[in-house]
Design a protein around this ligand. Structure first.
Ligand SMILES: NC(=O)c1ccc[n+]([C@@H]2O[C@H](COP(=O)([O-])OP(=O)(O)OC[C@H]3O[C@@H](n4cnc5c(N)ncnc54)[C@H](OP(=O)(O)O)[C@@H]3O)[C@@H](O)[C@H]2O)c1
Length: 245
């Protein structure tokens, strides 16, 4: 049985992942900003087999509350061995170009708040010398594109931070998992037209669950995104800057 803190637990991908953890009989501590939605998810996860399911309200940019959140999860579950960070927003790129305030908010929610939580959690997991830290980044962080480079650069910061953290925590036996989904049909992307490259939250959750079990470092979900992003990363900058991506 794992003792899991899920940050951003009302995310569609997080909820689908939590269902798999609940089916394993894990003890869960869910944090998200919408208390009512959180409660409904917690009730459902108890029915689905979670040994324990506690909740706490969480606002990503309330940095001062992050240490207490981790401590609350640790106290409620009698310890903590798994952390999944899932919250995020997909900012309007054009709005970000027009306003630094909008850009700052996007970077805070998607990068700084994640780094804040990781800073607290890393010290705990390093002391305990065990556990799994899993974070949902994105393929968008693999290369900056004109259509979403504010979101992409926040995710790139998270991906690079996790790389360093993995290197630091490896001797302590802590798994650091970077999850890089492609297009996923969730409330975040409800306005987009869907096509063959799109995955469901359940598909991505299956991949996250498997990657935790197999103690993977980095997973692209679905897996074909690894190849797509390899090709995209290989395009020379002199060519890439001319493309409308
Ligand atoms: N969907 C995709 O195509 C895709 C692709 C790659 C990566 N991702 C990443 O996957 C993760 C999960 O997203 P999703 O697709 O499952 O979307 P989602 O269902 O819209 O979930 C986003 C979550 O982030 C929370 N959130 C947003 N701003 C917050 C804040 N300031 N404080 C606390 N929580 C906040 C939302 O809370 P509320 O419910 O209260 O708004 C919601 O729970 C995100 O990190 C996203 O960047 C998604």
């Amino acid at each position: 049985m794992r003792r899991v803190l899920i940050v951003g637990a009302t995310s569609a991908i997080a909820e689908a992942t939590a269902r798999r953890l609940a089916a394993d009989g894990d003890a869960l501590f869910l944090a998200a900003r919408n208390a009512e939605h959180l409660q409904a998810i917690a009730d459902d996860l108890r029915v689905r087999g979670a040994t324990q399911c506690e909740t706490a309200v969480f606002e990503a940019t309330d940095y001062a509350a992050h240490a207490d959140l981790i401590e609350a999860a640790q106290t409620a579950l009698g310890g903590l061995d798994t952390l999944l960070i899932a919250h995020g927003t997909l900012p309007d790129q054009k709005a970000c170009e027009a306003s630094f305030e909008t850009t700052r908010r996007a970077i805070e929610v998607n990068a700084l708040s994640v780094i804040s939580i990781l800073t607290h959690a890393a010290n705990l997991f390093e002391r305990e010398r065990q556990g799994t830290i899993a974070v949902i980044s994105s393929v968008a962080g693999d290369r900056g594109r004109q259509s979403n480079y504010v979101y992409g650069s926040a995710k790139a910061a998270v991906t690079t931070f996790l790389q360093g953290l993995r290197n630091r925590l490896h001797p302590a036996g802590v798994q650091v998992l970077t999850v890089k989904p492609g297009f996923v049909d969730t409330p975040m992307t409800s306005a987009f037209a869907k096509g063959p490259l799109w995955a469901s939250p359940e598909q991505v959750a299956r991949g996250i669950h498997r990657a935790i079990q197999k103690r993977k470092d980095v997973v692209y979900l679905p897996g074909f995104w690894r190849l797509i992003m390899r090709v995209i990363r290989e395009i020379p900058e002199a060519v890439f800057k001319r493309l409308s991506l």
